[in-house]
Write a protein that binds this ligand. Structure first.
Ligand code: ADP
Ligand code: MG
Ligand code: MG
Length: 918
């Protein structure tokens, strides 16, 4: 016989935390808490297997379930000392959904199950609190009608015609008639009349009476939770999150406890550590005389559970630590027990009924990137987790927010804290105070960093908010305008600093409890991760100097086997990437020197070269261009001293550089000694219908070998000069846009020839380098065994390879990509995450073929996807030597690569080719 029901309560349980697949996350952890001796209201879990059986049998509960549930109910009654449906001492139940992975708000829970004409008088007699009982009853009718009688039956009333809405309107009507502002102003008799009215409305609108039989209520609740697995909301949530339909949900049937039985009752939610900072402090909120969802519903401002949790908005409210010190101690001890057992930060739900503490839920808590890092390091130091686990505890993407500057922790301890607010935007910022958005913009233009201080921000302030280094507001919460905007930008921001009294007219701000008055131009420093405002300027430190960040990354590197390089076009980028731990450059785009700052002169000579008509003209222009190319490439090689630098020969279609303005054309005409009309004509001749597939990449060097030669010479000469200066450099010459090995052979001849010339010219015996190609055309991938004959390395240009494999123009996907993603035709944008099925297949094949020809072939990737964790996973899996990504993504790629190696662990997926080092 199938076992579908697992009991818990009274210090033991049939399930455990490891049974998530069978019991759902909530059920498994309730069982675990019971076994740990933590007080949990007794109950039982109907398994996910039962849910699957229910659906397999056309939405029928399996027959053997009846006896199992009744036996489990009996056990629950015994432990709780109450009887379900009893007239004198009735037990009440909750029916709670619980899938394997949490699906917040997607499925439903029914509370107070078991209230009926038989049990109500008994509970009133027992509690001597008729108001509480009638209040619970009207809540049951509403939840039950909504969840069990309407949603689970698949009824889809028109918007605003749902039973919950209808009953809510009735409630409002009664409140209005009685002249009450809040639900709590209604008395027992009012609520009793209301419940009767509810029942009548349910009958009218749903065509069935609300069941008065407790057993019918319980079974209705169980089936409804199963049905909610296929509710509209839940189904679309699963599509988005990729949760399989077969998993099913469990149902937890559990004895009710009440936080709304008066002033010695309460309910709350907490995190075992601060989820924003990671500080090892108990963090939570509670409400006296309240039930369940009241804490998160936002109807009343919740109170802090302890001093550590106090902030500007709730510090006047009484904490649990003070109001119920004994119960608080008990809760704090449970916190320790849970962390030891789960070795992670948990979020918990609890209820206190007449002084007695009950735990209702625990699960691993969500956290910010900063908190994830700090907790991983703390828990490692506390001996709670191993290094391997610590490395797995931070999601690579979360590192993003850790790359912002912070205040030097040593100085922050003793800094002059003037006021606290809510931590709304990460990192730290320092600047002069300004009081209006206009002043912020002016300050930015003047090159002065500023902090924009406002009472509150509104959409008109956005320009100023952008211009400011940090944002500070006196009012507003974590979802205020300022907080939302700042978080979106990743900008340092503190909101709701209630101690500040801003006077926009005089551009000053008073501070509660201090003589200090802030004026325009005063320098302040914000810690947006903590919500602290300091007077004066505090020393900042880059993420790369943050000792905890560094320690974490160094630890991650000990597990990593795949290399991480960077895409960098300038010496400056190269230096930044190196400080983030790049182990070389995977892509230098030579053409970058013709864009942006300082590009005027080289661009001029490049244009001269492009618009030359004869080889002689072209050679003359090339020799003028040469010193610029050499200086840039030499600078980059120097910045990466000792590490490999892959330099790609000129890639883009030439016509991209043809001058369009008349003035520039005239200037060039003068330099070339020809008429402006002639320039115009030559430019028009270069026009291409489909430039991305036109005269570009290696094709330029095929038609104009002197263009390739100039670049190759610049690389070798720069390297030779560095070698003579005693510096080690390792250039790697990469040919773009190849589709056949013949192109590589032709170009290789130039490389060999220039290499020999340079050795002679500089009188050096050796100049180490490598020669290779991009694989970015499907044909090149297909013929990789051929390509590898003349190449020492491959680098996948996954931007072009994706474009050409899909036939999606990467510059024009804006028109349709979102439709593909919305309609789930594609799981992810293939320009952000490597498409494993198609493009990935080409890459995999290319790796195999390339290494079949040349076993030690170094293979990397230099497309955008190189910094995307899922793509890094893939690159690891197929045995790439390294990934290369933009400088700020280097730490993300390092961590993703380390995690890929840890995950593969026993599987040993990664076989590193002999002789291939990154
Ligand atoms: P969710 O999965 O949406 O968090 P829950 O099953 O946790 O739903 O139920 C929501 C709330 O209902 C809980 O946070 C708790 O406050 C309340 N609740 C559930 N079961 C009980 C119970 N047995 N006794 C008291 N309150 C309960
Ligand atoms: Mg919950
Ligand atoms: Mg390309």
């Amino acid at each position: 016989m199938n076992k579908y029901v697992y009991t818990f309560g009274g210090g033991s349980a049939e399930g455990a935390a490891s049974d998530k697949n069978l019991l759902g996350g909530k059920g498994a952890n309730l069982a675990e808490m019971c076994s740990l001796g933590i007080p949990v209201p007794a109950g039982f879990t109907v398994s996910t297997e039962c849910c699957t059986a229910y659906y397999a049998d056309g939405c029928k509960l399996p027959p053997e379930l009846t006896d199992q549930v009744l036996a489990a109910l009996k056990k629950t009654e015994t432990i709780m000392g109450m009887t379900y449906g009893d007239a004198v001492n009735p037990l009440l139940l909750s029916c709670r959904s619980g899938a394997r992975s949490s699906m917040p708000g997607m499925m439903d829970t029914v509370l107070n199950v078991g209230l009926s004409t038989v049990t109500i008088p008994g509970i009133i007699a027992k509690t001597k609190n008729p108001r509480f009982v009638w209040d619970s009853y009207r809540r049951l009718i509403m939840m039950y009608a909504d969840v069990v009688m309407e949603k689970a039956e698949g009824l889809e009333p028109a918007l605003g015609k749902g039973i919950r809405k209808i009953l809510d309107e009735k409630l409002d009507e009664v409140k209005h008639a009685k002249g009450c502002k809040s639900d709590t102003d209604l008395g027992a008799d009012d609520l009793k009349t209301l419940a009767e009215a509810f029942k009548e409305l349910v009958r009218q609108h749903l065509g069935k009476p609300f069941p008065d039989d407790p057993m019918a209520q319980m079974w209705g609740g169980i089936a409804a939770v199963f049905k909610s697995w296929n509710g509209k909301k839940a189904v679309s949530y699963r599509r988005i999150e990729g949760i399989p339909d077969e998993w099913g949900t469990a149902v937890n049937v559990q004895a009710m406890v009440f936080g709304n039985m008066g002033d010695s009752s309460a309910t709350g939610v907490a995190f075992t550590r601060d989820p924003a900072t990671g500080d090892n402090k108990f963090y939570g909120e509670w409400l006296v005389n309240a039930q369940g969802e009241d804490v998160v519903a936002g109807i009343r401002t919740p109170s802090p559970i302890n001093d550590d949790t106090k902030n500007e908005q709730n510090k006047h409210l009484v904490s649990m630590q003070h109001a119920m010190p004994e119960t608080y101690k008990e809760l704090d001890a449970i916190r320790t027990t849970l962390e030891k057992r789960f070795t992670d930060m948990l979020d918990i739900e609890f209820t206190i009924q007449e002084g007695k503490l009950w735990m209702l839920q625990c699960r691993v808590g969500k956290r910010t990137g900063t908190a994830a890092l700090n907790m991983a390091i703390d828990m490692l130091d506390e001996g709670l987790i191993t290094e391997k686990t610590a490395v797995m505890r931070v999601e690579p993407k979360q590192l993003d927010e850790l790359l912002y500057p912070i205040i030097d922790p040593k100085t922050e301890k003793d800094a002059n804290l003037i006021v606290k607010g809510l931590p709304a935007g990460p990192g730290a910022a320092c600047g002069v105070l300004v009081f209006t958005a206009e002043d912020a913009v002016a300050s930015f233009r003047a090159g002065r960093k500023c902090i924009l201080l406002r009472e509150e921000t509104n959409p008109e302030d956005v320009e100023g908010m952008r211009a400011a280094a940090g944002i500070l507001t006196a009012r507003g919460g974590m979802t205020s305008h300022a907080a939302l905007v700042a978080r979106g930008w990743g900008k340092c921001c503190i909101v709701g600093a209630g101690g500040l009294h801003v006077d926009a007219k005089t551009k000053t701000a008073r501070i509660t409890g201090s003589d200090l008055v802030l004026k325009e131009g005063d320098v302040v420093t914000l810690n947006g991760t903590r919500g602290h405002v300091y007077f004066g300027s505090l020393p900042m430190m880059d993420a790369t100097e943050n000792p905890r960040f560094q320690r974490f990354m160094t630890m991650a590197d000990t597990f990593r086997t795949m290399g991480v390089r960077t895409n960098a076009d300038t010496p400056q980028d190269a230096r930044v990437a190196r400080s983030f731990g790049a182990e070389g450059i995977g892509l230098v785009r030579t053409e970058h020197m013709f864009y942006g700052e300082g590009s005027d002169e080289p661009l001029f000579y490049l244009r001269k070269m492009i618009l030359s008509n004869t080889a002689a003209e072209r050679k003359a222009a090339l020799s003028e261009l040469y010193p610029f190319v050499k200086a840039t490439l030499k600078g980059t090689l120097e910045a990466m001293e000792g590490l490999p630098v892959t330099i790609r020969l000129l890639d883009p279609p030439l016509h991209e550089f043809v001058p369009q303005g008349a003035e520039k054309q005239a200037e060039l005409a003068r330099a070339l000694g020809i008429a402006p009309e002639e320039i115009k004509k030559r430019g028009e001749d270069l026009h291409e219908t489909n430039p991305m597939m036109g005269h570009r990449g290696v094709r330029l060097g095929i038609t104009y070998p002197e263009v390739s030669e100039m670049q190759i010479r610049a690389i070798f000469e720069g390297a030779a000069e560095l070698i003579l200066a005693g510096k080690k450099c390792i250039p790697e010459i990469m040919v773009p846009v190849t589709c056949d090995v013949s192109e590589i052979v032709v170009t290789r001849k130039i490389v060999d020839q220039v290499h020999a010339e340079i050795l002679k010219q500089f009188g050096i015996a050796e100049l180490e380098y490598k020669y290779g190609t991009m694989i970015e055309i499907p044909r090149a991938a297909l013929l990789s065994d051929q390509m590898a004959k003349s190449c020492e390395f491959f680098s996948f240009g996954t931007n072009d390879l994706t474009q050409l494999t899909f036939g999606f123009s990467r510059d024009d996907i804006g028109g349709f990509m979102n439709e593909y993603l919305d309609q789930k035709l594609l799981a992810a944008d293939p320009f952000q995450t490597i498409d494993r099925d198609g493009v990935g297949q080409l890459i995999r094949m290319s790796v195999e073929k390339g290494r079949a020809t040349r076993p030690g072939l170094k293979i990397g990737i230099c497309g955008e996807q190189g910094g995307d964790p899922a793509s890094v996973d893939f690159c690891y899996e197929i045995g790439l030597t390294y990934v290369s990504c933009s400088p700020f993504r280097v730490p993300i790629a390092r961590l993703a690569a380390a995690q890929a190696a840890i995950k593969a662990g026993s599987k040993k997926l990664h076989i590193r080719p002999k002789g291939a080092k990154s």
